[in-house]
Design a protein around this ligand. Sequence first.
Ligand SMILES: N[C@@H](CCC(=O)N[C@@H](CS)C(=O)NCC(=O)O)C(=O)O
Length: 204
Amino acid sequence: MLTLYGQVMSRAQRNLWLLEELEVPFEHVKVNQNAGESRTEEFLAINPNGHVPALKDGDTIIWETIAINWHIANQHGAGTLWPADGIEQALVMQWSLWMTTELEELLVDYLRHAMVYPEDKRDPAKVEAALAGYPVAMKVLEDHLQGRDYLVGDSFTLADLNVSSMMGLVDVYKQFDNSQFPMAIAWLEKVLGRPARAKALART
Ligand SMILES: N[C@@H](CCC(=O)N[C@@H](CS)C(=O)NCC(=O)O)C(=O)O
């Protein structure tokens, strides 16, 4: 039995959505990072970085959302969400890492400094940087999605899930000007509408 640590209103949403897509049974421990629960001695023994999520599979503990999803998809999604073809596997990883390196920090900075942090802790420079960086990354997505329904191949894969889940977290993408990105937004709203994501969101 797998154990997933992390509440749905965190990056753990990425893993919860995948587990629901693949209908994998798991125990859900709703560690609340906002209440300091990812920094307890007990949780630091699970993830020494003090972050959620983490996954326990037997004696193995895995952290980092992309690595967790890679493991789950390899074990339970081979030939579906995890493509059989080696080139497509590389492209799934390309898009997953693209999100974490090109867009994710910028979205998180925006969330923190425009929405979550109290006024006196907000840094307007972070908001400015996010507003400047968002269209640059989104143009890459928009250009790639011309004539395509999904990021890799012609069906929904782990690439679509890993990229869209972070943009869908509290609908952060709606905070930006998306008028130049119709294909990307149509793709995003299609994949975020999947029933398995709704099941993950219900795990509050
Ligand atoms: N790169 C990591 C980031 C994990 C992360 O920063 N998690 C946040 C929640 S989304 C967290 O635990 N924050 C609380 C803390 O660091 O104390 C991943 O993708 O798993």
